[in-house]
Design a binder for this molecule. Structure first.
Ligand SMILES: [Zn+2]
Length: 288
């Protein structure tokens, strides 16, 4: 191999390493923030092995997420601390068992708020076995910031979805999220109908068709990623836990975004009607 070819090969290896590390960082953050208890990652895969190193050895991974202490988005940094440092033996003089449990703290860089996690190695997997505050607490905190926009039934069912997800009941969580999402799509259709543009055949459309038809009423991210939402048209008996687990965090964040947008529209409509009423008062009596 010539010098140039060797340099190119080295660069290829370097960029592959960088890409793997980027993916592993994202997977580690996903496991910390989005996944419920008893979720794990297969440490025998290339990415899983890197995630294990990042979490167990502590690497300066930095990411943004909602902070329950700041009540706002904040930047967090991963720090690791060994909890079980002693090896133990099954019986004196017999098998020595190395420590396999470790703690991870992620620290809010604004005000040093701490999220704590415990992981353990079980067979080939690294599994999250403890977390505080719970995934539900974090999501509820996030939810509180849009609380005013919520119908009581949406609030209750979102709460159930977040609670079930935090405890690893992924399919159940998904069903509740889907109910909230479907009501939002129907409300968007109602708004469009009231504006004088009803959609023909809406009731029998698939979810991706509904989203396309309602593109002016929905956030851009929903319209651009309608493929993700087509999973909402699938019968519950056809969905796998894996599919639900993969889609839940995406659907959740889009739902929050949609709820914020609904609230924004509601406020804008109120402001517009108040302005209109004030203008009418001036017009009806210009000298007042
Ligand atoms: Zn904070």
């Amino acid at each position: 191999m010539g010098l140039e070819a060797a340099a190119a090969a080295l660069e290829d290896t370097g960029s592959k390493q960088k890409r793997l590390l980027r993916e592993a960082h994202a997977a580690a953050v996903d496991l910390l923030i989005n996944k419920g208890l008893y979720a794990g990652i297969d440490a025998t895969t290339e990415i899983g092995d890197l995630v294990q190193v990042i979490l167990a050895e502590g690497q300066p991974v930095v990411f943004d997420t909602y902070c329950v202490g700041c009540r706002d988005k904040s930047t967090f940094r991963v720090q690791t601390e060994r909890v079980g440092t002693k090896s133990i033996s099954s019986r004196p003089g017999q098998i020595i068992i190395q420590p396999r449990t470790f703690a991870v703290q992620v620290v809010c860089q604004r005000a040093a708020h701490i999220y704590s996690y415990i992981f353990t190695k079980a067979a080939d997997d690294v599994v999250k076995i403890g977390q505080f505050p719970s995934a539900a607490d974090v999501s509820f905190g996030e939810l509180r910031s849009i609380d005013k926009a919520l119908d009581p039934i949406d609030r209750r069912e979102l709460g159930t979805a977040l609670g079930l997800f935090a405890h690893g009941t992924v399919l159940g969580a998904f069903v509740y999220l889907r109910r909230v999402f479907e009501r939002m799509i129907w409300r968007a259709h109602e708004r469009q109908t009231q504006a004088g543009h009803p959609i023909e055949g809406f009731a029998t459309m698939r979810m991706d068709q509904r989203i396309a038809a309602l593109k002016d009423e929905l956030p851009v991210s929903v319209v651009q990623n309608s493929g993700v939402f087509s999973v909402l048209s699938i019968g519950i008996h056809e969905l796998t836990e894996e599919q639900c687990g993969k889609h839940f965090p995406v659907l959740k964040s889009v739902l929050f975004q949609m709820l914020e947008q609904e609230e924004h529209k509601r406020k804008a409509a109120i402001a517009a009607s108040e302005t209109e009423a004030a203008l009418q008062r001036i017009l009806s009596d210009p000298k007042a």
